[in-house]
Design a binder for this molecule. Sequence first.
Ligand code: TPP
Ligand code: DXP
Ligand code: MG
Length: 596
Amino acid sequence: MLTEVHTPHDLKRLNPAELATLSAEIRAFLVASVSRTGGHLGPNLGVVELTIALHRVFDSPHDSILWDTGHQAYVHKLLTGRHDFSRLRQSGGLSGYPSRAESDHDLIENSHASTALSYADGIARARQILGVRDRSVVAVVGDGALTGGMAWEALNNIASATDRPVVIVLNDNGRSYAPTVGGLARHLSSLRDHREPAAGPSPAHPGVFAQLGLHYIGPVDGHDTAAVEEALTTARALGAPVVVHCVTRKGCGYPLAESDDRDCFHGIGVIDSVTGQLIKNATAPSWTSLFGDELVQIGAERPDVVAITAAMLQPVGLQPFAEKFPDRVIDVGIAEQHAATCAAGLAAEGLHPVVAVYATFLNRAFDQVLMDVALHRAGVTFVLDRAGITGDDGPSHNGMWDMSVLHVVPGLRIAAPRDGSRLRALLREAVAVADVPTVVRFPKGSAPEDIETLEERDGVDVIGRFGSGSDLLLVAVGVMAGTCLDTARQLAGHGIGVTVVDPRWVRPVNPALLELARQHRTVATVEDNVKVSGVGAAFAQAVSDNGIDTPCLTFGIPPDFLAVASRSQLLAEVGLTAGALVTELRRLVTGSLTTQ
Ligand SMILES: Cc1ncc(C[n+]2csc(CCOP(=O)(O)OP(=O)(O)O)c2C)c(N)n1
Ligand SMILES: CC(=O)[C@@H](O)[C@H](O)COP(=O)(O)O
Ligand SMILES: [Mg+2]
């Protein structure tokens, strides 16, 4: 059946029995394929019937179907002619999120949660202004995404006009990774319990959506294609903003996922689809686990240390801390802005909060970090996992902007550990700071072997000396230390003397680093962050401000979005490999040496 569906129109002619067969085939396909590649299996198993119903009732791409976060759009991709999932989230393969380059059925590529309703409001307003009345706007939003503040800013606007229809499909499976938290989760649960057989436009119980003035249809069994179709048909005919509350199960139809109380196989690696076990098990400990382990030890010594997650307790490594100190972990939902300012409140009362988020998601809380935390000199520590190029999770998941945006925050200190031992040490140093915000950032995956310090210079670690002379000072930022040591070894082979240093704290600039710059003919900084206003730029500025005439070279990620590919492929693409650095540095250093 699935092989015969190339466009949504092919769905419209299927009878209920054929639709049931199609659902089963899609589920089998997802389990088989995503087990082989990794990806968001649980969320997509939960929206099979919902997506089929959507594409039978609405006429994409004439009608706009928006996916919040977009990690649950695999079924949408299958129904819009994209059946080759063999290279999912790999270079040349399908993106793990909607992608306009792949299809005109895809509109939102940003995989940051809680944005779809704002897009929907904008599209609906544009169509009203332009007099376009025959194109529906549908936004699929999860219960987790609905815990994000932006979603409520949008709801407030969508509810502001009864003649500007937006169909909001609430995909309520009761979970983000873990069960969704807060008053909203409780309210949705109460709406689910008032399950009404008919999907009438007026609620039997005026829930929050009805109170806002939105029509409410539901709760509807999100795994009953016919029931969802009926509700969507009613919603479409209303010609007004409406919430269709679909109750679904994450991982539906795959018992290993449905019964997984950790996260219902939210995002899996390569697994054995029969046992559910990870096949590619990393050997070295992950950065995340090292952070989580050290924080537990700190928590035992420091009763003032508390931890905050934005609906990602397990992915950011706070599970062990939560098990040990259940009263000192706060899950705010997908609400990074609230997390930052709530942390400022916690700090104001004398606690030391550790806010653990993925680097890319802290972008969302920049103003809160700047004004609510730093302006108030609050001792909050932000731990940024997935910092730098992550790669396969797409352009909006690379954690490549944090050191640029955070460099303008007065007083804020940034640490970039080069290995697990430095992570442990720098985390301790960070939580010891009570009068300014601190940041510790590290990449996805396994931590490298420890890189020992040859000599410590007032906080700057000299980690390598190669060849003779002081031709080049190579400043390695965090995880780039290994690459810089490889680069230095090769440069020495070409007669260039290199000192490799790790500043550990990259903001503020350490005076000892300036002194080292003074002692070398050339300086180069290498960072897994956007070049623009990153560590290299700030260091070059400091060198200049201090009247040091050493030429400074900056190596980082170019300020552009990166395509879907592996981390290693993208590092090569942006020239952050030893080979590329050697070529570039030989040219630049030799050139600058000859002019001196
Ligand atoms: C701003 C932001 N923070 C965190 C995440 C990580 N994240 C991706 S999906 C997800 C849970 C989404 O839950 P829900 O919206 O209910 O969708 P479901 O997976 O249940 O279908 C989270 C926290 C994100 N994508 N964006
Ligand atoms: C969709 C989303 O934002 C998360 O599920 C993210 O994809 C997880 O990333 P990791 O797989 O690196 O934990
Ligand atoms: Mg959910």
